[in-house]
Design a binder for this molecule. Sequence first.
Ligand code: SF4
Length: 416
Amino acid sequence: MNDMSRTPRLASKRPSRPAASRPAPQDEEDGVFPDRTGRTSKTPFAEYAPRLHPEVPARSAGLEGRTDVRPGHGTLRDPEGLAAGGLVPADRIAALEAVAARYAVAITPAMAELIDTGDPHDPIARQFVPDPAELHTLPEENADPIGDDVHEVTPGLIQRYPDRVLLKLVQVCAVYCRFCFRRETVGPDAAHLPPQALEAALAYISSHPEVWEVIVSGGDPLVASPRRIAALMERLSGIAHVKVVRFHTRVPVVAPARVTSGLVAALRSGGKATWVAIHANHPRELTAEARAALARLADAGIPLVSQTVLLAGVNDDADTLGALMRALVECRVKPYYLHHGDLAPGTGHLRTTIAEGQALMRALRGRYSGLCQPTYVLDIPGGHGKSPVGPAHFDGTSVEDWQGGRHVYPTRPTET
Ligand code: SF4
């Protein structure tokens, strides 16, 4: 049963809103982007380097020419800005305004400068540039695709499993991904977690000794200020049964300059075991700046894992997926989850089939180090949690090797 009657949601379903009235991030201290980060010309994955076209105007000029973003920040937040930044042609502005009125838009300079505007299938653009296809909702799609509502125990706090809770510290993000599973609730005009809701969440955690791990998510929790993160860690430090605090974030990849020594210190404060789960979907995202940001976290002793969403036209081929996993491992990030695309509204054009995902996992198994193997998972609609959906290599009598050969294996010890 949905217990929302006793725990009202923090952020209501996103209403359609006039594109022209889209606000900037609410909290200046929690502003997302302290400075610009440029695309490196020395990405180690040269084969994925964007092909720059001479007819494409310099995007940096377009970014700096924006008037509706804060000086020095340069995040693109509406179709007009995307056009000014050279990411979409001007004649698409009107069509994209309808999408932007429905779902939030933000592309950081780090991601904008990775986009090859000469490639109509650019995998970075596909993740961040709005598409009219998003206005087509399929019958199986759901505003709450993984069932957050069902498991919300206090506003902004979700307990789907016995030993861990997920705290939605903020509802804003540095970028807004076109496939986001929380796209109905995240956005620059969505509510922050109010102080009284945070207190209620901490009281719940404190009174539930089975909670071993707190997952801090959102939105993207690393858009919060170091001061705010340190304050949270301080509060959690007083709850003895919480041993692990895990942050889920896209910031080190999409806004790497935000990973400052102050942020790293805040993450490490409080005395708990802090883990950071990095969201990355394409090897080109692992720029020199992103790699340096990840190194700052790893060098501080913070264990890193990754989450990747399997996306049609972005990473649904073995070469791209394998290169991404290798890039992550090179950055001391252990590939953790490969998520099957959730049934979020207007995302059907970005989803693969599970059979396609399983075939990719078989390809990874054969060709890449064991360190590069994520677990392919599906968040079961309705709030039933994650389940592995990768290929089965043992059928009860024989096991499949990495080249597809089968080998009989005894099911029980031979009686002598
Ligand atoms: S960063 Fe995460 S929460 Fe934010 S839009 Fe992307 S997928 Fe959604």
